[in-house]
Each structure stands twice: as C-alpha cells, then as structure tokens.
Design a protein around this ligand. Structure first.
Ligand code: AMP
Ligand code: MN
Ligand code: MN
Ligand code: MN
Length: 300
C-alpha cells in the first residue's frame, strides 16, 4: 500500500498508556495525539505490547508505528531500549515480553520487601492495585505510597526510595542490552537507545554505552526526549552521527500535565541527523509515495 506522508510531519515515537505506567488508555492516547497534530505515533509501553491487542483503527492522518520500551542492563545500570516498527504479534516479541513480565513481578516482590523492611506497609498489594492490568513498575509503588499517605508526593518517593541508585531501584534481573537488541531485531524492529541523558553518565561513559549499543546492532539514538535544551540536542546529534546511528524523537508522555513534555510538543530533530523512520520507510519496496526530498524534513 502506498503511504502518503503529510507535508508537515510531527512524530512522537515514545509514549505510555495504561498498559504500563501511563494514565490514558491506548484509544485515549491516540485521540489526544491526533488532536495535538501528531502524524506518526509509537506507543512504547514498558515491556509489553498489550496496547496493540485491542487498538481501534487510527484516524486518518495518524500513522501508528508499533513499539515497545524494553528494560535492560548494561554494566549494572538500568538502560531502556525502544523497539520501533516491530511486529507486535511476532512470536519472538510475545515470548520475550512474557519473560520481561515475569521479571517485573519477581522484581516487584523484591521492591515491596525492601520497602516493608523500612516500615512502609502493604506495598505489594498496593502497587499491584495501582498497576491494575498494566505492567507493574516503580511508578505504581510511588502512586500507592502517596495514595496511602505514606509519602507526600510521587517525586519525593522517587527521590528518597525508588530513583536511580535508591533502595527500590532493583535492576540486576534485566537481560543484557545486547540480548534486548537481538530480540527487537528478531521481531522485525529497530532498536533505539532511549533518553540517553537520563542515565546521568559522564561523557566518557555515555560514549562507551552508545558505542557498545551500536556494536550490538542498535540502530538509533533518542536525540530528542521531551523538552530539552538545544545544547543537549546538539551533543546527542553528534553522538548519533559519530556512532552511525539514526535519530529518534519522543515525548515519553505518561499523562496529561506532566512537566517534561506534552504529546508531540517536542523540539524538531536537527537537520544533520538521519531520522529513524527512514530505516523502515527505505525497507519498503515501493518508495514512490514518499514526499519529494526536503518536504518530509519540515516540522521534524
Ligand atoms: P520501572 O519501569 O519500574 O523501572 O520504572 C521506571 C519508570 O519510573 C520510568 O519510566 C518513569 O515513568 C518513572 N520514573 C523514573 N524516575 C522517575 C522520577 N525521578 N520521577 C518520577 N518518575 C520517574
Ligand atoms: Mn514510565
Ligand atoms: Mn524510559
Ligand atoms: Mn518511557
């Protein structure tokens, strides 16, 4: 089928729904994205493709790129890898998501035990209730801690208990980054290193991470993650180019009103990087439907 791309392309390739730790259902998210003018959307829930199970058809002018955000481990650090343009029904993806689900549950039990040791109560039941049908994670512990009056805010819960390096940051169970990249490729997708600036690495370590990621078959770097300074964009664009990676962009939207970005309201990709979607668009045998050169770049 020929795909006709709009003159102004607004891509948001990193979003969450109630299938993980987002607040909107998949259909609500799609409706919001459409009204925000997004023309290419990836729902990338943490370690699950459940959002794709009962998705209504997308409205005209909005292309859905199937995706996932997989948790991995690199040198004992928790690293998130986006799988974009995957086949969500691929057996490799279904099997892998099931094993990530099992890890999430075992991990939730550990997090709960650690928090209860500190005197917080009913942690596993409370977090499970907060997660509902969604893939359970640290935000559900944060939500329950606040709901039950044990902590004053979710931000504070992360700062004190759940954030990187804190007692509730249990990450040794995740598969290695290399393994996650292989699974994404097996499911027909491209692997993108998510929010590279969020790991608080030194420039040297970040360069090592990106080099390892590219060597393992990673295809892209999330050069734009929500609202960010131009200086950071330039630094990440350089990192992508030096390592032969394409560039992705996304809001990491979880809920309306979040401080770091609204749906689709993110800076454009710089001109000197290769947009990630070219990797799958170029795979299609019929490329005649693409806009003339230059046009698709507008509004990136
Ligand atoms: P998990 O998937 O259990 O490892 O939890 C990671 C999720 O926690 C991220 O995707 C964010 O949604 C959320 N998160 C991480 N750090 C913070 C923070 N400092 N404040 C609020 N939410 C956070
Ligand atoms: Mn999240
Ligand atoms: Mn993430
Ligand atoms: Mn995310």
């Amino acid at each position: 089928m020929n795909q006709v791309y709009p003159v102004v392309m607004l891509a948001d390739l990193h979003t969450h729904t109630t299938a993980s730790d987002g607040k909107l259902t998949p259909d609500e998210l799609i409706a919001e994205a459409h009204s925000a003018g997004v023309s290419m959307l990836a729902i990338t829930d943490h370690d699950t493709i459940n959002a794709y199970k009962q998705l209504s058809p997308a409205p005209a002018g909005l292309e859905i790129v199937p995706g996932i955000e997989l948790s991995s481990r690199w040198r004992k650090l928790g690293i998130h890898i986006l799988g974009l343009h995957i086949n969500p029904q691929h057996p490799a993806m279904l099997t892998f998501a099931r094993s990530q689900h099992a890890i999430r549950h075992a991990r939730a039990e550990k997090i709960a035990a650690r928090l209860e040791k500190l005197g917080y109560t009913n942690m596993l039941e409370g977090a499970k209730a907060a997660a509902g049908d969604g893939a359970i994670g640290r935000p559900h512990f944060a939500r329950y801690l606040v709901e039950s009056g044990q902590i004053k805010s979710e931000q504070f819960a992360f700062k004190k208990l759940l954030g990187q390096g804190k007692i509730g940051d249990v990450r040794e169970e995740w598969p290695e980054t290399d393994e996650v990249i292989s699974q994404i490729k097996a499911a027909g997708g491209v692997a993108v290193l998510a929010h590279p600036a969020k790991y608080k690495l030194t420039n040297l370590r970040l360069e090592e991470l990106v080099r390892d990621f590219a060597a393992a078959g990673g295809a892209g770097l999330e050069v734009i993650s929500g609202k960010q300074a131009l200086k950071l964009t330039e630094k990440l664009a350089g990192l992508a180019s030096r390592n032969g990676l394409a560039a992705s962009c996304g809001s990491d939207f979880h809920q309306t009103g979040q401080s770091w970005a609204s749906l689709g309201q993110i800076p454009p990709l710089p001109e000197n990087v290769r947009p990630i979607w070219e990797l799958w668009q170029n795979r299609q045998p019929d490329k005649t439907a693409r806009e003339p050169a230059g046009q698709a770049a507008e509004g990136r």
